[in-house]
Design a protein. Structure first.
Length: 773
């Protein structure tokens, strides 16, 4: 009997070892994902099908969008999580950060003119891309900081070993990364030339790996994969009818160069999956559901041949920790300063968890979902009756800065609210990044995490400085005002302190020559300031020529939406100080419009009161009140309603207002159906309503951006509104009601407008193009 038991036990062990040996000896499987822009979304469908049929992936690699999907998979993101990320991401690479992200005076500079060229050391520096890279970098940092930290910048230590294909601009050769900062390397592989800025890694610039090898199967073979599955979402060659412009011809030439390399690479693949994406352009990210389905069903249609090569039910090797039970064991946690034991392991949680790996995953995920993405379990001790878990939450030991050759460290540090001794939180770091970028001194801002031997980390904020010399130029034509132009030269980060000095010239019927000096932030405070000195000269009315000096110093809130400013304003007709007026006052501003020219939502309010007094050097006593209120709401997908109310009033206290303080032409976008020079006087009141319909949204490569049909109606009065009775009579008389309907188009050269305007007095066509200065 004993012999039988020993024999059975021996056979059982032999079978077990045979199974282990069989699993260890199974062929390794590598998956290679090509580039292809939006078509690369199909790769996620491919991975879903492979996962459903229990086909393991031992290595993964990719190019461009394929590199992004591969990095997600290697970092441990599930197919469902990838789906949600694709669905929620804005894939418009031309998207700029929210305008409210910038400080007030920087925002005004950004939105002022049509052409801006920077210079340094008296050498012009032209932009190296059309799109904005910052938003993409921020997204990649958010998704991959944890994975990069856990693998200690070695992609072979990720949950699935990973490689990423890029192109070295200097040598023109393909470069495969298996080490480095994961967010940065993914960015490099996705950097489409001209659309996004090249990525600097270790003093070398890299761009889209698809240029040199869009399907790097040979690199997967070099990693040691026995069986290679290649998912090919590469663009198809265009037909004659598709070759219609320079963009299509350029894409065709790039595709031809790619195809010759891909043909050689495909010979090394064991399985080629080619989703049927020919009818989908590489910019059509909105068709992500269709692309996911195409990738899934193409893989499903080949599943029999895939299983015949990889082996049916290959299976995934289980970690032995998956089977360590935790029931009836005491659990203790050390190193948890942020969350209590009950926060991490409530009774309901413990009731739902059976094994150690589930327990560890739950604890780490609890930290991650709250933004503490560096938290990790560094040690687990197991005894017969107790499990002890030791956590490292990711304490910040130091803050460093890299890349700021001109900008003072303090200018960057004042935007960083994260402090040493705190636990790293990705949400807080991203806010710091946004604030640093909002200074407008940098082309790009990101960060890296440097692990220290004691378990803490240093955070390095990496910046790419803009050249701080600025040359601006613009031109405008309007049928009533004629042609005008604008030129300015300035420095926007003097001595690295974040201050702007600018001289400008506006010429045409209305000439203006001036110098302005502004500071967006005074030291560590929320105060800003502006000094502005200029000469205004109106060709058609020499009597209204004047010199003006204006000083503003304001306090802004942390959101940068609201600001309260102290104003000093001095104006004189000439340098003999005739017709001079001098006053002080307050100005309140709130602005959360999402776009300065064509907002789709938001509120704008501006109110100011200035008292001009003889005690301040003014020849006459009077007051000036200025109030503007506007709101914009979307009423349908393509319809937007915009309302404006404007009030400019003077209280003359029985004396005449100086001529150079009067209005002698209509403010922009008011009094439809009235000539430009007819609107003049002491006071103006106006209310308008605009209904805007988006007819067409052009592609990124088109110099035109959006085409609108705009209908407007407005009512108001100008002259001398001396009493409330005069005020209400405006609406009773209705003499100055005006209408406008027309087309407006945004372009890279400024808005182009053609409208028919009508009032009781006049009717005419009005045309303009270019920005107002």
């Amino acid at each position: 009997m004993k012999k039988k038991i020993i024999l059975i036990f021996s056979m059982t062990l032999l079978c077990a070892f045979s199974l282990i040996g069989a699993e260890n000896s199974r062929p390794t499987i590598g998956v290679v994902l090509s580039g292809g822009g939006a078509r690369g979304i199909a790769h996620i469908g491919v991975l879903r099908a492979l996962e459903e049929y229990n086909i393991p992936i031992d290595f993964i690699g990719g190019t461009s969008f394929g590199a992004l999907v591969a990095a997600f998979y290697a970092s441990g993101y599930s197919v469902e999580e990838m789906h949600k990320i694709i669905e929620s991401t804005d894939w418009n690479i031309a998207t700029n950060p929210d305008r409210q992200q910038y400080y007030y005076y920087s925002r005004r500079i950004n939105e002022a003119n049509v052409l801006r060229v920077r210079f340094s050391d008296w050498e012009l520096k032209f932009p190296n891309s059309l799109g904005n890279t910052q938003e993409i970098v921020s997204q990649l940092d958010y998704y991959f900081t944890r994975a990069n930290y856990l693998c200690r910048s070695n992609f072979l230590n990720l949950k699935t070993p990973l490689f990423i294909s890029t192109t070295n601009i200097k040598t023109g050769e393909n470069h495969i990364f298996t080490h480095g900062e994961l967010p940065q390397v993914v960015q490099a592989s996705m950097t489409v030339p001209f659309l996004l800025s090249p990525t600097l890694i270790d003093s070398t610039f890299y761009v889209d790996g698809g240029i040199t090898n869009n399907l790097p199967i040979s690199s997967m073979r070099n990693m040691g994969a026995d069986i290679i599955i290649a998912s090919n979402a590469t663009n198809y060659l265009a037909t004659d009818k598709d070759l219609t412009n320079i963009t299509s011809f350029t894409n065709q030439l790039i595709n031809i160069m790619m195809f010759s390399k891909i043909k050689d690479e495909l010979k090394q693949a064991d399985i080629i999956i080619r989703p049927s994406t020919k009818h989908i352009r590489n910019t059509e990210f909105a068709r992500y559901k269709e692309l996911l389905t195409l990738g899934y069903y193409q893989t499903y249609s080949q599943i029999d041949s895939i299983l015949s090569i990889t082996g049916s039910d290959s299976g995934f090797s289980d970690d032995e920790r998956s089977y360590i039970p935790i029931k009836s064991k005491k659990i203790s946690i050390h190193g948890n300063s942020l969350f209590s034991y009950d926060d991490l392991l409530s009774e309901s949680i413990l009731d739902s968890i059976s094994f150690l790996d589930e327990l560890e995953e739950h604890i780490e995920n609890y930290y991650v979902k709250n933004g503490y993405v560096l938290a990790e379990i560094v040690k687990t001790s197991i005894s017969s009756d107790e499990i002890e878990i030791e956590l490292n939450e990711g304490v910040i030991d130091g803050l460093k800065f890299s890349g700021n050759t001109i900008t003072n460290d303090n200018v960057i540090l004042r935007e960083v609210h994260t402090r040493t001794g705190e636990i790293f939180n990705i949400y807080n770091i991203e806010k710091d990044i946004q604030r640093i970028y909002g200074t407008n001194y940098f082309n790009l801002v990101n960060f890296t995490v440097e692990p220290l031997p004691n378990g803490a980390v240093d955070i390095v904020f990496c910046v790419s400085e803009k050249p701080f010399g600025i040359i601006e130029a613009g031109a405008q034509y309007a049928s009533q005002q004629g042609a005008s132009g604008f030129v300015s030269v300035g420095l926007d980060n003097i001595f690295g302190t974040g201050q702007l000095l600018q001289g400008y010239l506006r010429f045409g019927a209305e000439r203006k020559y001036g110098v302005r000096f502004s500071t967006d932030r005074i030291f560590q405070s929320n105060w800003n300031s502006l000094l502005h000195f200029y000469l205004y000269d109106y060709t058609h009315d020499k009597e209204n020529r004047y010199w003006n000096f204006r000083f503003e110093s304001g306090f802004f809130d942390d959101s940068k939406l609201g600001m309260l400013s102290l104003i000093y304003d001095y104006r004189t007709a000439n340098l003999e100080f005739e017709k001079r007026s001098s006053g002080i006052g307050l100005q309140l501003l709130f602005d959360n419009f999402d776009n300065v020219l064509y907002p789709t939502k938001g509120l704008y309010r501006k109110a100011s009161y200035v008292r001009y007094d003889k005690a301040l050097g003014s020849l006459k006593n009077f007051s000036e009140i200025h109030f503007e209120n506007a709101f914009c709401i979307p009423i349908h997908k393509k319809w937007t309603l915009e309302n404006w109310s404007r009030l400019y009033l003077h209280n003359s206290e029985g004396s005449d207002i100086p001529e150079n303080r009067l209005f002698f032409h209509k403010p922009e976008d008011t009094f439809y159906g009235f000539n430009y020079d007819d609107v003049k006087g002491e006071d103006i009141i106006y209310a308008s309503l605009k209904l805007r319909y988006l007819i067409m949204d052009f592609s990124l490569s088109d110099p035109r951006k959006e085409l609108f049909c705009v209908a407007k109606i407005g009512i108001g009065d100008f002259g001398n509104i001396g009493s409330m009775e005069d005020f209400w009579n405006i609406f009773d008389r209705g003499e100055k009601i005006g209408y406008s309907i027309g087309l407006e188009m945004t372009t890279i050269f400024g808005p182009v407008k053609l409208a028919y305007e009508q009032s009781k007095q006049y009717s005419f066509w009005n045309f303009s193009m270019g920005y107002n200065f």
